[in-house]
Design a binder for this molecule. Structure first.
Ligand code: SF4
Length: 364
């Protein structure tokens, strides 16, 4: 099976208040890109069928460096015909030159981090753009790409049910092929988390959050977006092939600071230090997954997908009958209405999704 390729570009215009991704501002990009090219050289001749350039904000790179790193990827890897090639972007970081350059280099999918179309919400979470910037960027992207994702976030501070639904409906009006919606998680150490500790943020309560999620499912379905993963929705045929590799525990190569790889049940984690990475010390830790780690990861990831866990695929991979092995847990969750039987295996119910962490940890 072909691998996927993930390349991390850890730079942003400004750090968002909720962000705990490995991303830096105000750095020299040139040395990083040189080091990244050297790391990628190890994979010379490898065949991949998905490429995902993530960050950070890859599109903060000037056109010259985008050209350099994307051309290097093309030279280094055999990217099969029809491969999906995604680049993450943020409003205010793309222009016609970059978009047409990326398209000419093989990119065929853009994922734009919009998060909200409400200016005060955007300001509250420290986004560098406003709703108008996002709209202008989306209109520009649509001139060059017919396959693009919009990322939004629910449960933001001071967000109401109505303002979330308005953001969702505005996103739909741009006719993206894909919409991702994650709820805000207050990660320890982020400015928003620290604010919350000093004085609790005005976050939507549990009921409001559940109502937002349920209404979102209805609206997206009505507009032709199929929920294929807990937080991901796509028009038919536009599911993100690269992310599906993660959810199916397939092999992928990760390059760049803080990137992970999974190859033959070994996970490699790169250093999170920019200076170490630039000096060529890429790998920080290699972990050989045990058989039981692999099984637990596979179950957890499969249940994130709306089609759920396929018993036949599970047996082919692990030579274990899923139901016999987990009978007590499965029966209990079916009785509680959190898991349901499908024609091919088992999946979370809507109720199960809302408590997915506690359901899935029982399989570990
Ligand atoms: S744009 Fe994304 S990666 Fe960059 S700081 Fe904001 S959330 Fe983090």
């Amino acid at each position: 099976m072909n691998k996927g390729l993930y390349v991390h570009i850890p730079f942003c215009l400004q750090k968002c208040k909720y962000c705990d991704f490995v991303s830096f501002t105000g750095c020299d990009y040139v040395e990083y890109i040189d080091s990244l090219c050297r790391e990628l050289d190890v994979w010379k001749g490898e065949q991949v069928d998905t490429v995902f350039i993530g960050g950070g904000t890859p599109t903060v790179l000037p056109a010259k460096l985008i050209d350099k790193i994307f051309s290097h990827i093309n030279k280094t890897f055999k990217i099969i015909s029809g491969a999906e090639w995604t680049v993450e972007a943020n409003p205010k970081t793309v222009d016609s030159e970059k978009l047409s350059l990326m398209r000419s280099l093989g990119v065929n999918r853009i994922s734009l981090g919009v998060q909200s179309f409400n200016d005060s919400e955007l300001k509250r979470i420290g986004r560098v753009h406003n709703a108008k910037d996002a709209a202008e960027t989306l209109n520009l992207i649509a001139k060059y790409f017919d396959n693009y994702n919009i990322d939004i976030i629910s449960a933001l501070p001071d967000q109401t049910y109505e303002s979330f639904i308005k953001t969702l409906k505005t996103a739909i009006r741009f006719n993206p092929t894909h919409i991702s919606c994650y709820s805000l998680i207050l990660e320890e150490g982020t400015p928003l988390y620290n604010e919350h500790i000093v004085s609790p943020l005005n976050l939507p309560d549990e009921d409001t959050e559940r109502n937002m999620y349920n209404r979102m499912l209805d609206i997206l379905e009505l507009n032709g977006y199929n929920q294929y993963e807990i937080s991901n929705f796509a028009k038919a045929g536009f599911e993100c092939k690269h992310n599906i590799k993660y959810w199916q525990c397939n092999d992928y190569i990760g390059a760049g600071v803080a990137a992970h790889s999974l190859i033959n049940a070994t996970r490699n984690e790169n250093t999170k230090s920019l200076s170490e990475y630039i000096s060529g010390n890429y790998s920080k830790e290699k972990i050989d997954l045990t058989y039981s780690d692999e099984i637990s990861e596979y179950i957890i990831m499969s249940f994130r997908l709306r089609k759920g866990l396929n018993e036949k695929a599970f047996f082919e991979r692990f030579e274990i009958d899923f139901y016999s092995e987990y009978k007590a847990i499965i029966d209990r969750f079916i009785d509680m209405g959190l898991i349901e039987k499908t024609s091919t295996g088992y999946k979370l119910t809507l109720e199960g999704i809302s408590v997915s962490n506690s359901v899935l940890c029982e399989f570990v």
